[in-house]
Design a protein around this ligand. Structure first.
Ligand SMILES: Cc1ncc(COP(=O)(O)O)c(C=O)c1O
Length: 356
């Protein structure tokens, strides 16, 4: 099966090879070297001085960490799809009051909309933004949204699960307090590893906040990070080794710009091809995701039918998600996708459209 999923995505062969090595202790000198080398490469990639923690959980662990460690009473969640909704749920389920900014689906969060929401709810301590809303194939204007949040003096939490690695994110320049992702997306590594940077401001708040829990206690993570210990719990060593292999590969090929351009080329090729077939992408023009195309299903054809037909021919795309399940289907362009597979997938999709 050739994968054009939205995560977990196909892994690079070098990742699978690195992950197949024999285990060693996460307290060994070998692991510590791998850990801090990987952290440094990620800091360089995200252009940040903030510490980066490698959680033995998926990215959602950082939503929990952000809420438990940094929000005392209330936060604002920007929701334009199911993952924004999840961040709001994490806030509510931890007993915080969550205000919601929710444009109609397919529309971005606008700087003006955010400014209005923060004027209406000046008490919120933090703003949660989904950079790339995977469910709708939409990318929000992150630098502008960060500037508005900063103007209001709010903490900024960014869910970059399907954007980190696939498009530029400048953590320090944009002033992001917590920026997190998962291994199974743009870096093309199996699931199980959460990657997140945390600002000094967050740590100062966390220090004074009771009931942070244990597993995602940022103070505990920072202590072990500073001590040279890496992680307070057992690390997912194979995933870290896989991530290290990808970061090295990208550096050898020309750096992150090379990787972003590769994603852009794949993504544009898919978008143009589906448009030619008469089915444009779902989100508002100018806000199309660079890592996943969410495509309107042909008139009268449920999205899952396209997904099933492609599966029978050896291509795993992704079904629509949440509210868009029936009216869309999705094609991801993250991870290991040889050019030849991309071309044959698009030819097969044309056949499927001819047959339905
Ligand atoms: C934008 C976004 N946020 C959060 C998640 C949840 O990530 P995880 O399952 O790795 O915790 C996903 C997963 O698809 C996602 O795409």
């Amino acid at each position: 099966m050739k994968l054009f999923t939205v995560g977990p995505v196909a892994c690079y062969p070098i990742v699978l090879k690195a992950m197949g090595e024999q285990m060693y202790s996460h307290r060994s000198a070998e692991y510590k070297k791998l850990h801090y080398d990987t952290v440094e490469r990620l800091q360089k990639w995200l252009e940040t001085q903030n510490p980066i923690y490698l959680f033995s959980s998926t990215g959602t662990g950082f939503m929990e960490a952000a809420v438990r460690n940094c929000v005392k009473d209330s936060m604002l969640a920007c929701v334009n799809g199911d993952f924004g909704k999840r961040f709001a749920e994490v806030g509510k389920s931890n007993g915080r009051k969550v205000e919601v900014l929710e444009p109609i689906i397919g529309e971005p969060i606008t700087p003006q909309g955010l400014d209005d929401a923060l004027r209406k709810h000046p008490q919120v301590e933090a703003v949660a933004i989904t950079h790339n809303e995977t469910s709708a194939g939409l990318i929000n204007p992150l630098p502008e949204l960060c500037a508005v949040s900063k103007k209001h003096g709010k903490l900024i939490f960014v869910d970059a699960v399907s954007s980190m690695g696939g498009t530029e994110i400048l953590v320090d320049k944009w002033g992001i307090d917590i920026c997190f992702s998962s291994s199974q997306k743009c870096f093309g590594v199996p699931p199980g590893l959460g990657i997140g940077s945390v600002s000094k401001r967050c740590l100062e708040i966390a220090e004074k906040l009771p009931n942070r829990g244990y597993y995602f206690d940022l103070i505990l993570w920072q202590k072990d990070h500073e001590k040279g210990q890496g992680t307070p719990v057992t690390s997912v060593i194979p995933q870290v080794a896989g991530l290290s292999a990808v970061l090295k590969m990208v550096e050898e090929k020309g750096g992150k710009k090379w990787y972003f351009d590769l994603y852009k080329r794949r993504n544009t090729k898919i978008r143009r091809a589906v448009k030619k077939l008469g089915t444009p992408v779902y989100p508002k023009r100018g806000y199309e995701s660079p890592t996943v195309n969410c495509i309107k299903a042909p008139k009268g054809v449920p999205g899952p039918q396209i997904y099933e037909a492609m599966r029978k021919k050896g291509y795993e795309l992704a079904q629509g998600y949440g509210a868009l399940k029936d009216v869309t289907y999705r094609i991801g362009n993250m991870g290991y996708i040889p050019n030849q597979s991309l071309n044959s997938m698009l030819e097969t999709l044309k056949q499927v459209y001819d047959e339905i």
